[in-house]
Design a protein around this ligand. Structure first.
Ligand code: BG6
Length: 464
């Protein structure tokens, strides 16, 4: 029994726990002024001391390691959860974190719920789940109902670590605390919205997971649609999580299901040779799609999203391109206006650039692209907190603003399901060279859809 918080990590010796969860705990407990005890649970055979070593190595905290406990269990066998229950006896707050493969979720939820370790409606018992939250709409619904059987919505925390990135939360501050931008944020002045979530790395050693999943399920269904929802939603009534979620649901509801005829599927050259990938895998490592939002604010605005592995460089950005200003006539010559771009850089080089047209210095009246730049890291002296630290900090505090609600998850699956289903029957994805920006067809998609071309800061004049 402890006075503080018990964090039960199922799958605690796995990759997610070692790389993300445990390292984020080091500063967390101190920052939240509470005693945190880690209870690792999982299938691997190890002693408590071995687990303590692992906690020490992964978190860099000897204090956390000193109190950590290890319970070996079999997810299929509810009786094997008994030692966890004993450890939690009298615990003030207990958080159950499922860092395990999705096929174990139902057994764990059943065991935790039925054993009385957690009671539905008791806010001191919380459950944290990680994606994949389903692999299509039907399975996402099933998971939501399994969660709902054991926990109330306020006790459930579904992680989308993009929502916990500081720069993603800044989208709300940027949009709704500056009266300059909101008046132009609609179909009257916005010409195109482009979202890129590009990664430079390939799949590394994650073939076992990735080859079953692909880019749409891995990135678009969750991170990218969440970004798009934040960018396109109506102003929330307040910034409390209930209202933010409500506003996001409104945005997601207005998005049409993705049309396979308006989407591009790619696979990087060399993917088939990656360890663990089948020789004839048709799994996409790149996806681009047009998203239609049918509401008063966005109807008709070309909106495109793309994501992929092994691309030119790591860059997650939202680009809002405003309509061109009218042509300028100077001394009988016609000068083309320079489109205003609002570039929200989620990572790296976190910040916002406003790309405008300016007069080129000198005697002639000529336009040049010029950037006004907010460098996000310069707003603080501290290092930006890791997304997982933000996530867990909010779980400890019981807040929900960095977590998508169950309905959002289902709405997002409704949007991507037709694409996923249709791609299951298609041939090989379009190959693209590693280090490129993906298949040519994605450029054609944007050009033919009235979006011009993909824009990425650094490559675009005035945005570097
Ligand atoms: C994860 C995906 O959710 O996000 C990974 O499963 C991806 O495939 C990762 O690499 C990207 O996260 P970040 O924070 O590095 O942009």
């Amino acid at each position: 029994m402890t006075e503080g918080v018990d964090l039960v990590i199922f799958g605690a010796s796995g990759d997610l726990s070692r790389r993300k969860i445990l390292p984020s705990l080091k500063h967390l407990a101190a920052r939240n002024g509470m005693a945190l005890r880690v209870i690792g649970a999982g299938r691997s055979e190890q002693t408590r001391d071995e687990f303590r070593d692992l906690v020490n190595q992964s978190s860099g905290s000897s204090e956390l390691a000193a109190t950590a406990e290890w319970v070996r269990l079999s997810y299929r066998d509810p009786a094997s959860f008994a030692p966890v229950k004993e450890l939690l006896d009298g615990a003030k707050t207990a958080i159950f974190y499922l860092a395990t493969p999705p096929e174990t979720f139902s057994d764990i939820l059943g065991a935790v719920g039925n054993s009385g370790m957690a009671t539905k409606g008791d806010p001191s018992r919380r459950i944290v789940v990680e994606k994949p939250l389903g692999h299509d709409l039907a399975s996402a619904r099933k998971l939501n109902s399994q969660l709902a059987a054991a926990f109330d919505e306020e006790q459930i925390f579904r992680i989308d670590h993009y929502l916990a990135k500081d720069t993603v939360q800044n989208v709300l501050a940027f949009r709704f605390s500056n009266s300059l931008f909101e008046p132009v944020w609609n179909r009257n002045l916005v010409d195109t919205i482009l979202i890129t979530a590009a990664e430079e790395e390939g799949i590394g050693s994650r073939a076992g997971y990735y080859d079953q999943i692909g880019a749409v399920r891995d990135m678009i269904q969750n991170h990218v649609l969440q970004l798009l929802a934040l960018v396109t939603m109506e102003p929330p009534t307040t910034f409390d999580s209930d209202y933010i979620r409500r506003a996001k649901r409104g945005a997601l509801r207005a998005m049409s299901p993705l049309d396979p005829a308006q989407a591009v599927r790619g696979q990087y050259e060399g993917y088939l040779e990656e360890e663990g990938v089948g020789p004839d895998s048709r799994r996409e490592t790149y996806a681009a799609a047009r998203v239609r939002i049918e509401n008063w604010r966005w109807d008709g605005v070309p909106i495109f999203v793309r994501t992929g592995k092994a691309l030119k460089r790591r860059a997650t950005e939202i680009v809002i391109k405003l309509r061109d200003a009218p042509m300028l006539r100077v001394g009988g010559r016609r000068q083309r206006g320079i489109a205003t771009l609002i570039v929200i850089r989620i990572q790296p080089d976190e910040g916002i650039t406003l790309r405008i047209g300016a007069k080129r210095p000198g005697v002639r009246f000529e336009m040049v692209p010029a950037g006004m730049r907010l460098d996000y890291s310069r707003l603080t002296r501290i290092a930006l907190p890791d997304a997982y630290e933000n996530v867990l900090s909010e779980v400890l505090a019981g807040g929900h603003s960095a977590f998508p609600g169950g309905e959002e998850i289902e709405l997002s699956w409704e949007i991507v399901d037709p694409l996923i289903k249709s791609w299951e029957f298609e041939g090989h994805p379009e190959p693209y060279p590693k280090g490129s920006w993906g298949p040519q067809a994605a450029d054609d998609l944007v050009a033919s859809g009235g979006g011009g071309r993909w824009i990425i800061s650094g490559d675009e004049p005035g945005t570097s």
